[in-house]
Design a protein around this ligand. Structure first.
Ligand code: CAA
Length: 388
């Protein structure tokens, strides 16, 4: 990272996140990966370091940072552990709909707990039959007096079993497609709200990814985000535009973390009487990886700065940075495993975990095929409007 491109506050934030990642995350990353358990000790350390909810405005108890600040922190966490990186970032995904579409009262109600780290939040959009086609969701929220009655289920709910509150998207007006979807805040412990299957995952294993079931779950109508129905799908899309750079930053951190390990290993490993890193073939691989990571980082930060500046039409650059950084992370982490040879394929070294953690970044918060669709749609719209 070229420090001159960032404010002293951003450099301090990045350094604080790096220190925490090195001291509190890296030493326990393998343990939680193996156990597939949520690292509450890490959550406490994040809270103690004052890094919870850096993206939340000061008026709601947060640090007052933007998407760039979020990305700086997520990259550092993910450089030590990709699972811990997303365990943190998913709280931004869950709380962006409140920031984007909530009333001031709703912001005051839910954001301070997340900003302080006392509460965790999840994001319930996907369903078994509604993944890429998020608008085809079936979970129903029916108004009954001053409550909504929820029935249905959500899939791929990251952090859902440890979150105090879930931002749930449900159909309030059937037959209207995306325009019939609303966002409703559902708190843990509400009767009829249960956590179902825990996925047994390839990577990001320290973060639970669960199904959430709703059975006649009665939620106060005041939990409807923004106070009016039918705006949920738009809020979900605006949220994803703001959150995708966070996934991209996770990918940059994973790629950088794997490259750090490969740099050290290829320097120390001796073959044919010399350090493996003295071979030009290896040096070119290292140079290509470092270049791809740096290019991804700058695209992620450009997207984050665009969002923080309040620019409109940020869908394209947000999707571009997610597409590029996550494809780079998959390639770089795979090449790093290659540089470790047989040792890279074994759990004696941490590099294989980076490759496992990287794979999901090409899939969640919109597959990279969906990112291409978002980019192409923007390009065609711009061309039709005569924009460059
Ligand atoms: N900003 C604002 N509004 C938007 C928007 C955006 N970026 N994108 C779409 N909209 C609006 C449209 O303007 C349209 O509004 P009107 O009805 O008023 O015209 C409405 O939303 C519907 O838009 P589309 O017709 O374009 O919608 P679509 O059905 O074709 O879907 C899509 C578009 C891009 C494919 C979208 O469905 C999508 O992003 N799919 C991927 C979903 C995704 O990323 N899921 C992962 C969630 S994360 C998760 O589940 C796991 C986890 O916890 C980490």
């Amino acid at each position: 990272m070229i420090e001159q491109l960032y404010t002293p506050e951003q450099v301090e934030l990045r350094n604080r996140a790096r220190e925490l990642a090195e001291n509190a995350m890296r030493p326990v990353a393998a343990k939680y990966d193996l156990a597939q358990e949520y690292p509450w000790e890490v959550q406490k350390a994040i809270k103690k370091a004052g890094l919870s909810g850096v993206w939340i405005p000061e008026e709601y108890g947060g640090y007052g940072g933007g998407v760039l600040d979020l990305c700086l922190v997520v990259e550092e966490f993910s450089r030590a552990c990709g699972g811990m990186g997303v365990g943190y970032a998913v709280n931004a995904l869950g709380s962006f709909p409140i920031l984007v579409g909530g009333t001031d009262e709703q912001k005051q109600r839910w954001l301070p707990g997340i900003a302080s780290g006392d509460k965790l939040i999840a994001f319930g959009l996907s369903e078994k039959e509604a993944g890429s086609d998020a608008g085809s969701m079936k979970t129903r929220a029916e108004r009954d007096g001053d409550v909504y009655v929820l029935n249905g289920e959500k899939k791929w709910n990251t952090g859902g079993s440890v979150a105090s509150v879930n931002t749930v998207f449900a159909v309030t007006e059937p037959g209207r497609g995306a325009r019939g979807v609303s966002a409703i805040m559902v708190e843990e412990g509400t009767p009829g709200y249960t956590v179902g299957k825990h996925e047994d995952k390839m990577g990001i294993r320290c973060v639970p990814v669960v199904e959430i079931h709703f059975e006649n779950c009665r939620v106060p109508a005041e939990n409807l985000l923004g106070g009016s129905e039918g705006r949920g799908f738009k809020h979900a899309m605006i949220t994803l535009d703001r959150a995708r750079p966070g996934v991209a930053a996770q990918a940059v951190g994973l790629a950088q973390g794997a490259l750090d390990l490969a740099m050290q290993y290829t320097h120390e490993r001796q073959q044919f009487g010399q350090s493996v890193s003295s071979f030009q073939g290896v040096q070119w691989m290292l140079a290509d990886m470092a270049t791809q990571i740096e290019a991804s980082r700058h695209l992620v930060h450009a997207a984050a700065r665009a969002i923080d500046s309040g620019a409109k039409n940020i869908s394209k650059i947000s999707a571009m940075c997610k597409l590029m950084a996550t494809d780079v992370a998959m390639k770089v982490t795979t090449d790093c495993v290659q540089l470790f040879g047989g040792y890279g394929y074994c759990k004696d070294y941490p590099v294989e975990k980076y490759m496992r953690d990287a794979k999901i970044t090409q899939i969640y918060e919109g597959t990279n095929q969906i990112q291409r669709l978002v980019i192409a749609r923007s390009l065609l719209r711009e061309a039709a409007a005569g924009e460059k």
